[in-house]
Design a binder for this molecule. Structure first.
Ligand SMILES: [Zn+2]
Length: 142
């Protein structure tokens, strides 16, 4: 390896010593910043664009500030908070994506008793549906 790169790597390692570094919240913040930037670039509206660019810049600053932070306990707690929230958001988002992908194959509806999300293949006609969660039976056309 070139002496310059060895020095550079050692310098970075020294700089990062005792600092927090990247985590899932940091990555998510960077992704959000990139998305805000894209929305800002795509929107024809100057106010929207300015707001998105501001959000994007704030996201980058926050992500980098967390990366370089020396308060490891606090950053770990923030990441844990994020992971808990994310787990709650992820499932409904994934389900919504699946419903959208399969919208031509299935009819989606909720159980009138317990609001459980159910589906039927399109074109099955009039059938009696039995809810998989509460066992409630009802007529449904699909
Ligand atoms: Zn039910």
């Amino acid at each position: 390896m070139q002496p310059f790169w060895m020095k550079f790597k050692a310098g970075v390692a020294r700089f990062m010593q005792g600092r927090y570094g990247p985590d899932q919240l940091g990555l998510a913040t960077i992704w959000a910043s990139i998305i805000f930037n894209l929305i800002g670039g795509l929107s024809g509206n100057a106010a929207v664009s300015a707001a998105m660019n501001l959000l994007s810049s704030a996201g980058w600053v926050w992500a980098i500030w967390r990366l370089l932070s020396r308060n490891r306990q606090k950053r770990l707690a923030e990441n844990q908070w994020f992971l808990t929230r994310w787990a709650k958001i992820k499932t409904p988002v994934m389900q919504a994506v699946a419903r959208f992908k399969n919208r031509k194959k299935y009819v989606y509806f909720t159980c009138p008793e317990c609001r459980m999300k159910l589906r039927l293949p399109r074109g099955v006609g009039n059938v009696t549906v039995k809810c998989s969660k509460c066992g409630h039976s009802f007529e449904k056309k699909a």
